[in-house]
Design a protein around this ligand. Structure first.
Ligand code: FE2
Length: 343
């Protein structure tokens, strides 16, 4: 029997049974999750790949004495990021850690740029979340419940940020953890008591691909409160994260967020600071912010090509994205080196 449910098309034979206690609380799903009380019944979609598994979700089914659900896995194969990152952390010295970091970079490039078409980007991003996310769960679940677009983007941007560090040979595990959480939270300042409007997300996307987010909101005659929220969100994100500074090894890293909408020529916001006044590492946030679009993502097998490869390819062709190209140069070296390997 073939089904098409909420845009997910599959044969019922592809569903795999998954025990409820195998689902990790506060983890990101790398499979779609269904409930099928009886075989003859059409499966009911509970969570999509990329959603976070909340404690209340597990509790709800446990109290109904339901032991297992059905999952539709995304990846036809598995790359073992878990094993690599565990060797990375247990490395005895910096040289050994650099060697493992290069292995992880190679794996990433193979999976999402060069060779492997069987793996979803979630296999990497889900693992980075498990490994590096260290803030209270409620920060992530609040983001997920208020905006799935922002949540999905938060873990994609943060996991790309980890790779940017490794490509640049930054391998200190304590720094990487802080850096992941900082990028994850760079847009939490967009949330306030009200709903996040589509206009704000639209402004974010316009700002991502070029300038123009603020002008867009003004032209749309959006309320001044919304325009101010957009302009001040880097500062608001910092202020929110300051409340959680005890979760950071080096809380001063939180300040990096202030600059993620500044531009090379000083025409960005909120402080119009040119790139030559901020450090290279601070621009890594801008790089993630540029690569990952503001849109809901339906994950599928081989999606790394649309998330990473297409963005990298377009960046390579573009002339104007000065700073992103500078960060991308490091990735480019790895790509050229890997292509040389394959030849
Ligand atoms: Fe932002």
């Amino acid at each position: 029997m073939r089904y098409s449910i909420n845009g997910i098309t599959f044969n019922v034979e592809e569903l795999k049974s998954v025990k409820l206690d195998q689902l990790k609380e506060s983890s990101i799903l790398d499979a779609h999750l269904f409930f099928q009380p009886v075989k003859a019944m059409k499966p009911i979609l509970l969570l999509k790949a990329g959603d976070i598994v909340e404690a209340e979700f597990l509790e709800k089914y446990k109290t109904q004495n339901i032991e297992s659900l059905c999952s539709l896995p995304l990846s036809a194969g598995q790359s073992n990021y878990q094993e690599c990152f565990s060797r990375f952390t247990n490395a005895e010295n910096e040289i050994e850690r650099q060697i493992v970091a290069q292995e992880i970079v190679e794996l990433f490039m193979n999976d999402f740029y060069l060779e492997n078409e069987n793996i979803s980007f979630l296999s990497y991003s889900k693992f980075c979340f498990e490994y590096f996310y260290s803030l209270p769960t409620k920060v992530a679940t609040n983001l997920s419940s208020k905006s799935l677009v922002l949540f999905s983007r938060a873990h994609l941007c943060a996991s790309l940020g980890i790779m940017t560090c490794l490509v640049n040979k930054i391998v200190d595990p304590a720094f990487l953890k802080d850096f992941y959480n900082v990028i994850f939270c760079m847009d939490i300042g967009l949330l306030d008591e009200g709903e996040l409007s589509y206009s704000v997300l639209d402004a974010c996307e316009r700002e991502r691909v070029s300038h123009g987010g603020i002008d867009f909101l003004k032209n749309q005659k959006r309320p001044q409160r919304e325009i101010d929220l957009f302009i001040n969100h880097p500062r608001r994100s910092v202020a929110i994260l300051e409340k959680y500074k005890s979760y950071f090894n080096s809380p001063e890293i939180i300040d990096f967020i202030k600059y993620h909408h500044e531009k090379a020529d000083g025409s960005g916001f909120p402080d119009k600071i040119p790139y030559d006044s901020i450090t290279n590492i601070e621009t890594f946030l801008n790089f993630s912010d540029f690569i990952i679009p503001f849109r809901s993502i339906d994950y599928f097998i081989g999606d790394g090509r649309s998330i990473i490869k297409d963005a990298f390819d377009s960046l390579e062709k573009e002339k104007s994205r000065e700073i992103e190209k500078k960060v991308f140069e490091k990735y480019n070296k790895v790509i050229i080196w890997k292509q040389g390997d394959a030849a």
